[in-house]
Design a protein around this ligand. Sequence first.
Ligand SMILES: Cc1cc2nc3c(=O)[nH]c(=O)nc-3n(C[C@H](O)[C@H](O)[C@H](O)COP(=O)(O)O)c2cc1C
Length: 357
Amino acid sequence: MAKLPELNIGDLNIPVPIIQGGMGVRVSLARLAAAVANEGGVGTISAALIGGLKSNLTLDDSTVADIKELIAELRKASTLTTGVIAVNVMVALTNYSALVQAAAQNGAQIIVAGAGLPLTLPKLVEGTKAKIIPIVSSGRAADLICRTWLKKYDCLPDAIIVEGPKAGGHLGFHFEELEPESAMPDLGNIVSDVVQVAAQYGKNKKIPVIAAGGVTTGKDIAAMLKRGASGVQIATRFVPTYECDASDIFKEAYVGAKKEDITIIKSPVGMPGRALNNDFIKRARRGEVKFKCFYQCLKTCDPAKSPYCIADALIQAADGNLAEAVIFTGANGWQTDKIVSVKDVMKELVTEAEANL
Ligand SMILES: Cc1cc2nc3c(=O)[nH]c(=O)nc-3n(C[C@H](O)[C@H](O)[C@H](O)COP(=O)(O)O)c2cc1C
């Protein structure tokens, strides 16, 4: 039986080529990230609104609160693991730059940036050892990032994450590419495109390509490695675990979910998103949700035109207040039937991947 290859990101040697995808708001914090890192993968803390959304704060106050909490989670992770910890920051966040700088200066070994094109990311981590990984949904986006970074900063990504249409959270695709399922572009094909772009730019230094979105089983991992990926990013599969940082009520919603419960929503971020259908989403679609915006936390949100506040709905989700929540999930979010340990998930993924290589 073949052994899973280790994943090399710059000088970081990651024994198991699995990155736990960052999950905001407050779904993947130090506890989940450290548990994955302890099993040899990369654990990711999501920085999105990590300090919460408090009605009496300004944007500057909330950035201070986010940075304080992010540093606290990074410190906590360092007490729980000696493995590799990443921080995920969405480009669409108004305080994106401040959060990237804080993460890089406070021990994040990797910065992952998606939900927008992270064209200035190299500048934000200057003077630190943090590795930088953009998330893309096409070969074209990978090409644009590599070309821009090379020209402006004389550097290339340390790896590239390819997020396909089956991912959870915000999706870099048009609505027509997401429904029906038969319209979805194939993740393996996008991975192949990005592997070609990475090979073209990474002549002197290999740029590993990581496949994400609907990678749920070890068999899926083996299939992505066969398409040229050097590793995978997995998020949804890590929600129904003891170590996931969200409320148990949130985790239970996944366990009870059926395939037909998963829907595509229009997020105020300006992108489609995938979530478990619930009363809140139905009310939002009918324009019945009342909310007040205290400060603009997302660059691309227009509160006057938004049917609800996505930040608040995600905070309510992780807190277990599902009546007011958007519960993000990947397309395979219905496939788990119980809450288990991260150790068990990782063991199953590795054993099954190795059997299928
Ligand atoms: C609950 C949830 C929250 C997420 N939050 C973020 C986020 O804050 N930033 C981000 O870049 N991606 C986010 N994602 C996307 C994941 O990091 C990941 O790339 C994707 O979901 C992978 O597909 P999978 O869930 O099918 O494994 C989120 C996904 C889920 C399910």
